[in-house]
Design a protein around this ligand. Structure first.
Ligand SMILES: [Zn+2]
Length: 490
């Protein structure tokens, strides 16, 4: 190891990710308050339980427990047969009762794993645990009548949260982003969370340290927070690795701290020194009994799991012949995947690969173009019918795109659009013959060239016939007919 080597090759990053996901339940974790808090007036969704008033008793939200167990199965984790609730004690103005109900020693799920693709190939991250807890309230720092004040909104207090913690297996910023993306897709697929980072439904925190390559012991870790997009996750971690590398190279000591990501400056900044775990004085929650998960209940939850993203990608590749890229694009977009599945089911005679091309190409291009409500109008059976028309040569590819755009915008049936626009291809030999005669008569020089051995002139002649028929001739038939005519007359 010498100083001449680039720093990136002398150090190795060690990264662990902690993700909090807001679970998609109807009511909060331990009370009956609604979870529809987006846009609600501050403090309009709370009760004595989620305000933490003295003397109230929490009751467990069964659906929230089921979501964590389902996640456990989805990441091949061990699901607990008995679990317990623990109090995590700390003081903060957004936590009026002075503790959070969480799971410390017996998480609902442990020792799972998640495999996903990266630019360096497949990568597997071991998941240490997934547990259930309640969210805190929210502090809002504002200015009121010229004074700086801190306001508090308890709507978020008691919202169900799942915390998922990985082992420190991750080595690059890209792997960290891909892990978070794959977990988000998994949450959305099983319906446990909408997991939108922009509105705080999914919060990603990273523990980042570096160590000299080949060294077993971990370096001092720094916690990075406030990453509000997947891009921010990758950039913040990459920044932090670089910051620590420069510091260690300069002989500086890394301090255990929590740092925030500043999107505007594209850098991390010091927030506070990091507390140690034992500061929280966890102890078993006396107001809640241990939770027993019967084998029947677990089996039921497992049976309800939908097809998971990894299995779906495999099926698209292995059974339907899609490229890895197309399979991935479809699996990442639930609406596109549903359209593809529907079209395949509507007409099994059309090769799935062709349908996938239309969905990942024309459909996603139009959907992205913000033509908004149009996406909902696309009927899978109409898409299959359109592709079938292209396959059997009834309509040209270019015209088919126009037909699809109109169907996308209006929902009008494909055959009616084809008729209305006069797009039915001329596949009738007689009608084609007339057009070919006209073109051959008008281009004697090209005909002579072809007969003199310039085979490439054929393309020009095909083009002329297509032009004469306003693109409605079947190009394959035109080519064959032209070749037959020119070769025969020789
Ligand atoms: Zn409540």
């Amino acid at each position: 190891m010498t100083a001449a080597e680039p720093a990136a090759s002398r150090y190795e990053a060690v990264i662990g990710i902690e993700i909090h996901c807001q679970l998609k339940t109807v009511s909060k974790m331990f009370c009956g308050c609604s979870t529809e808090i987006d846009g609600a007036a501050p403090n309009s969704h709370c009760c004595p339980v989620c305000l933490g008033l003295p003397g109230v008793l929490p009751t467990i939200n069964k659906k929230a427990v089921e979501f964590v167990i389902a996640t456990g199965f989805a990441i091949e984790a061990k699901v607990a047969t008995t679990t317990r609730w623990d109090r995590k004690n700390y003081f903060y103005p957004d936590l009026p009762k002075g503790y959070q109900i969480s799971q410390y020693q017996l998480p609902l799920a442990a020792e799972g794993r998640l495999t996903f693709d990266t630019s360096d190939g497949p990568f597997t991250v071991c998941v240490r645990r997934a547990h259930l807890e309640e969210d805190t309230g929210r502090l809002i720092h504002a200015e009121l009548d010229g004074r700086r004040v801190s306001l508090i909104d308890f709507n978020r207090s008691g919202m169900p949260l799942m915390e998922i913690v990985t082992e420190p297996d991750i080595r690059t910023a890209e792997q960290a982003r891909r892990y978070a993306e794959e977990l988000r897709l998994l949450m959305q697929t099983i319906g446990a969370s909408d997991a939108e980072m922009e509105n705080g439904q999914m919060r990603v925190e990273a523990n980042v340290s570096i160590r000299p390559r080949g060294q077993e012991a971990f370096g001092t870790r720094v916690e990075v927070k406030n990453m509000n997009s997947m891009r921010a996750v990758e950039r913040a971690i990459a920044f932090e690795i670089e910051r620590q590398t420069v510091a260690v190279d300069a002989g500086e000591k890394i301090h255990m701290e929590t740092r925030g990501w500043d999107e505007a400056r594209q850098s991390t900044y010091h927030m506070r020194p990091k507390e140690e775990e034992n500061d929280y004085r966890y102890f078993p929650e006396p107001d809640l009994p241990p939770l027993l998960t019967s084998p029947e209940w677990l089996a039921e939850i497992k049976a309800r799991l939908p097809e998971l993203p990894s299995a779906r990608r495999r099926r698209y590749r292995d059974e339907q012949g899609l490229s890895a890229y197309d399979a991935d694009v479809l699996v990442n977009d639930a609406t596109a995947a549903a359209l593809f599945e529907g079209a395949v089911a509507a007409d099994p005679a059309v090769p799935p690969k062709l349908l996938a091309n239309w969905v990942t190409g024309e459909y996603m291009r139009l959907a992205k173009g913000g033509e908004g409500s149009g996406a909902a109008a696309v009927d899978p059976a109409e898409l299959a019918a359109l592709v079938e028309l292209v396959v059997d040569g009834s309509i040209s590819g270019t015209n088919a795109k126009e037909v699809f755009a109109e169907h996308f915008a209006t929902g009008r049936g494909v055959s009616s659009i084809v008729k209305a626009r006069g797009f039915e291809q001329i596949s009738d030999a007689g009608a084609l013959g007339t057009a070919i005669d006209t073109v051959l008569a008008a281009n004697p020089a090209a005909v002579a060239d072809y007969r003199a051995g310039k085979a490439e002139v054929l393309g020009f002649l095909v083009g002329q016939v297509m032009k004469a028929t306003r693109g409605q001739a079947n190009a394959g038939m035109v080519q064959n007919a032209l070749r037959e005519r020119l070769d025969k007359a020789e």
